[in-house]
Design a protein around this ligand. Structure first.
Ligand code: FES
Length: 508
């Protein structure tokens, strides 16, 4: 077989296969019951749930809706979140572990009911979720996970065979999970919200929240959305006041390739327990089968050259599945909290009108949906059985403290390493569509030469807390190893916690 060309630019299949409505920029100050920041699964589901209850909702997105993590997901709707239930039982006890499972199940049901009631054509399909291992040392871990399922009465099957013909030593199956096309689903929720009176605005960056009697979201253009409640659903909580979310989470990137194969997909949604991650599901591309192969996670800004990760996925797929056409590649960023449970609820103890939802790990479809439900229930003054479990104010001594120390030691290491790094790279040797870090007038400077040989230079000091960003060749972004901020090659913010662009360096 001749070597297949990987697509030159990353593009998620989801966005390419549906047309998403466009919305204007906010150009005046307005009032609402609820102001939502971020047009991903949490923001749009919350807008839908609240608008249905006749609340006046305003949703702002700094770019266009459905283009963040939600637009880059694998879109598995499952309570099988990798190896998790045994760990949750150890750290929190069986009651809370079951609470977590029930939250994911309820999210799945909410999606299913919404698909049914609105008759959404979004390729919603029941599938079993299969957690497998091909590593001797993970068999016991998988067995312990099975014991946790049994203890929590989660229906399961433990097997050494799966329909997918790849090397597997044992597998744990969770029945009756689901998958869908997330953007086909959320596009309808956005349209329904607007029909119910919600207002969506794009290219509208929230830069601050002023807190008087009521909170006001302040936009970069100086307009205000004054409301009773704010939901910050922009992946990284853009409002951090003394909550230090950046020190309580770490960002990881993962990679996805979408290929066609001669082999027929046998059904199921697969993920392995060990590293490197390999997660596999199918989707439809114009009635043809597309295999989505996901994995190669690493901390943002701390990987190898990012193209290596795509190549690894390609090699794995060639070896075990076969590739007849290479259709898409893209990557995603996920945030993990200290204890692996999302933070959903009031951003700070003192300001309970500002609500956040973040830290979904890789399980944004269920965690994002349940976050929308928890936060809208709170606003509608309804009880919700999961509020306490996900409260951002929680602090579990174990394992949080150790991890807190580790995450922040890692940040300190990168902070110092980036500053001391000696660079003598030359811009002259740079080829088109490549980047380097060099020193200009003593300052660490990131230089990208675009495809037309135009040079773009930025100061590599991250505008969040001052670590040094690194080049990500797969996505053509500058990524920060400390808390995961990302900037495009001209320095504009792609992903927070940073809010301000990298300083441009003049090309004299
Ligand atoms: Fe925190 Fe860069 S993201 S220093």
């Amino acid at each position: 077989m001749t070597d297949l060309q990987m697509p030159q630019f990353p593009k998620p299949y989801w966005r390419d296969s549906v047309s998403i409505p466009e919305f204007p920029k906010l150009d005046e100050s307005i009032k609402a019951d609820v102001g939502i920041i971020g047009g991903g699964i949490t923001g749009i589901t919350a807008a839908y749930l609240l608008a249905k209850q006749n609340l006046k909702v305003v949703l702002l997105d700094a770019g266009v809706i459905l283009n963040g993590t939600t637009g880059h997901t694998t879109a598995k709707i499952t309570a099988q979140h990798g190896l998790i239930y045994d760990e949750l039982i150890q750290h929190f006890g069986p009651e809370k572990a079951l609470n977590y499972y029930n939250a994911a199940e309820e999210a799945k049901e909410l999606i299913e009911q919404t698909v049914d009631s609105l008759k959404i054509d979004c390729e919603y399909k029941k599938e079993d979720a299969i957690l497998y291992t091909n590593s001797e040392s993970y068999i016991t871990k998988l067995e312990n996970e099975k014991k946790a399922y049994d203890q929590l009465k989660i229906e399961n099957e433990f097997t050494d065979k799966t329909p997918l013909n790849i090397p597997i030593k044992s597998a744990l199956i969770m029945k009756d999970q689901a998958q869908f096309h997330p953007l086909k689903y959320l596009k309808v929720l956005a349209e329904e919200s607007v029909k119910q009176g919600a207002q969506f605005f794009e290219q509208t960056t929230a830069v601050d929240i002023e807190y008087n009697k009521h909170p006001s979201i302040v936009t970069r253009d100086g307009h205000r959305v004054t409301c009773r409640y704010v939901i910050s659903a922009s992946h990284f909580p853009f409002y951090d006041k003394e909550s230090f979310y950046f020190s309580r989470m770490y960002a990881e990137r993962s990679y996805i390739i979408a290929v066609k194969s001669e082999k027929k997909f046998p059904g199921g949604m697969y993920i392995n327990a060990e590293e490197p991650t390999r997660s596999i599901r199918a989707a439809n591309l114009d009635k043809e089968e597309l295999w989505l192969i996901v994995g190669e996670n690493h901390k943002t800004g701390q990987g190898k050259s990012t193209m290596i990760h795509y190549n690894e996925l390609q090699e794995f797929t060639k070896k075990h599945i076969g590739i007849s056409d290479f259709v898409y590649r893209w990557s995603a960023q996920d945030l993990t909290t200290l204890d692996k449970l999302p933070y959903i609820g009031p951003a700070t103890k003192s300001e309970d009108a500002i609500l956040v939802a973040t830290g979904f790990r890789k399980w944004g479809m269920t965690n994002g949906t349940i976050a929308a439900k928890i936060l809208s229930d709170r606003i509608l003054e309804r009880d919700n059985p999961y509020q306490e479990l996900f409260s951002p104010a929680r602090f579990q001594a174990d394992p949080s403290i150790r991890k807190f120390a580790r995450i922040n030691a890692d940040v300190a290491k990168h902070m110092v390493k980036g500053k001391l790094e000696y660079t003598k790279n030359s811009i002259d040797e740079l080829s088109a569509d490549d980047a380097t870090v060099t020193r200009i007038n003593g300052n660490r400077t990131g230089v990208y030469k675009d495809q037309d040989n135009k040079i773009h230079m930025v100061d590599t000091t991250c505008t969040h807390l001052g670590c040094e960003v690194e080049w990500n060749s797969g996505e053509r972004t500058w990524d920060c190893p400390c808390h995961g901020s990302r900037f495009n090659y001209t320095g504009e913010v792609v992903e927070g916690p940073a809010k301000r662009p990298l300083k441009k360096v003049e090309n004299k």
